[in-house]
Design a protein around this ligand. Structure first.
Ligand code: AMP
Ligand code: FE
Ligand code: FE
Ligand code: ZN
Length: 291
C-alpha cells in the first residue's frame, strides 16, 4: 500500500464495510469498486473479497485518491454442518501464517471443487473448465458465481440468480461442497491474525446460528454482527439485536456489492462512525488507510 496510514482527519461515516471485486466473485477491479462506493457517498470502504487480500493495494490507492478511507478486509469461508458461515475479517495481518494456511487450503479446495462441478455439469450441458477460467480474473478466488457466469455466456441460464436456484443449488446433483473450517476455528484464526471478526449476513434465509455456536464464537473473539444486510430477516434479526446490546458487540451495515453479479448497491446499508472507530481501535494486524 503506497499511501501511509495516518490518523483520519475527516469523518469516517457513512461506511460500507463489505464490497467484492474481481479478486473474488465481484465483476469489477478493486479500483472500480472503490469508485462505485465513492459515487454513492461512502467515506470508509472495505474490500472484503472471499478468502483473499490480493486486492488491497489497488483498492487502498484508489480509495485514498478519491478522498475516502480504506479499511482492509476479507470474507473468510467457514461452514457449520451443511450451512456456510461467512466471517468478515477486518484489519488482519495478511501474512499471518495461521490465517494464510486456512485461506490457502480453502482456495485450493475451491479450485478442485469448481473443476469437479464443471465435469459434472459438462455431462449434461455444453460447458468446460476453460469456460469457467475465461470468467475468472487471473489469481482470483474461484466460486460458483464464476461457473454461473460461464453458464450465462453459454446461454444455459439468464443470470447468476437463475444458475444459483437451479444448476448450482446445493440440492443439485452437480453440487460439490468446498472445504471450509468450522466457524469457531475461523473466528479464532482472524483474531489470531490481529483482525476483527464480524459475522456476515447472520440472519439470512437459513435463520439463526445455534446458540452454542454463537457462544463458542464469542469466546473465540467474535467482535460483532453485520445487522444491516439485505438478506437478514426477522425474527432472527431481533434476536441478534438483543445479543449485540447484551454483549456490547459491534453492529455493522453494508451492501455486499458484487458489481453486476448481484443487484446490491453500495451504500444500501451503512456503518456509523462509532462502529468503524471501534473496529479501527481493535484491529492490530493492519491499519486503516486514510486520505
Ligand atoms: P461459493 O462460495 O463458491 O459456494 O459461492 C457462494 C457465493 O455465491 C456467495 O459469496 C455469494 O456472493 C454468491 N451468490 C449466492 N447466491 C447468489 C445468487 N442468487 N446470485 C448471485 N450470487 C450469489
Ligand atoms: Fe460472494
Ligand atoms: Fe457472504
Ligand atoms: Zn460477501
Amino acid at each position: 500500500m503506497s499511501a501511509g496510514s495516518v490518523a483520519p482527519s475527516g469523518p469516517l461515516a457513512p461506511g460500507d464495510l463489505h464490497l467484492h471485486s474481481d479478486h473474488s466473485d465481484g465483476t469489477e477491479p478493486p479500483a472500480a469498486v472503490m469508485a462505485a462506493a465513492h459515487r454513492h457517498g461512502i467515506r470508509t470502504a472495505a474490500l472484503t473479497d472471499h478468502d483473499t487480500t490480493s486486492g488491497w493495494a489497488e483498492a487502498a490507492d484508489a480509495a485514498v485518491s478519491l478522498g475516502m478511507s480504506f479499511l482492509p478486509g476479507m470474507e473468510l469461508s467457514a461452514r457449520h454442518e451443511w450451512r456456510s458461515v461467512h466471517v468478515l475479517a477486518y484489519l488482519i495481518d495478511p501474512d499471518d501464517a495461521g490465517l494464510r494456511a486456512l485461506t490457502d487450503r480453502i482456495r485450493e479446495s475451491r479450485l478442485t471443487r469448481a473443476r469437479t462441478m464443471a465435469d459434472r455439469i459438462g455431462r449434461d450441458y455444453a460447458l468446460t473448465w476453460e469456460d469457467i477460467e475465461a470468467q475468472t480474473a487471473e489469481g482470483a478466488t474461484v466460486g460458483r458465481p464464476h461457473i454461473a457466469d460461464a453458464l450465462v455466456a453459454r446461454g444455459h441460464v439468464r443470470d447468476r440468480g437463475e444458475a444459483f436456484s437451479g444448476i448450482l443449488s446445493p440440492r443439485s446433483d452437480y453440487y460439490v461442497a468446498l472445504y471450509a473450517p468450522d466457524p469457531v476455528t475461523a473466528v479464532a484464526a482472524v483474531a489470531g491474525a490481529g483482525g476483527v471478526p464480524v459475522i456476515a449476513h447472520p440472519a439470512g434465509r437459513a435463520g439463526l446460528l445455534p446458540d452454542r455456536l454463537v457462544r463458542g464464537m464469542l469466546d473465540a473473539g467474535l467482535a460483532g454482527f453485520e445487522l444491516g444486510h439485505r438478506e437478514n430477516t426477522e425474527p432472527a434479526l431481533g434476536t441478534l439485536r438483543r445479543l449485540v446490546a447484551e454483549h456490547d458487540l459491534i453492529a455493522t451495515g453494508s451492501s455486499d456489492y458484487h458489481g453486476r453479479g448481484k443487484p446490491n448497491v453500495p451504500g444500501e446499508n451503512t456503518t456509523p462512525e462509532a462502529a468503524i472507530a471501534r473496529i479501527v481501535a481493535l484491529g492490530t494486524g493492519s491499519s486503516l488507510v486514510a486520505p
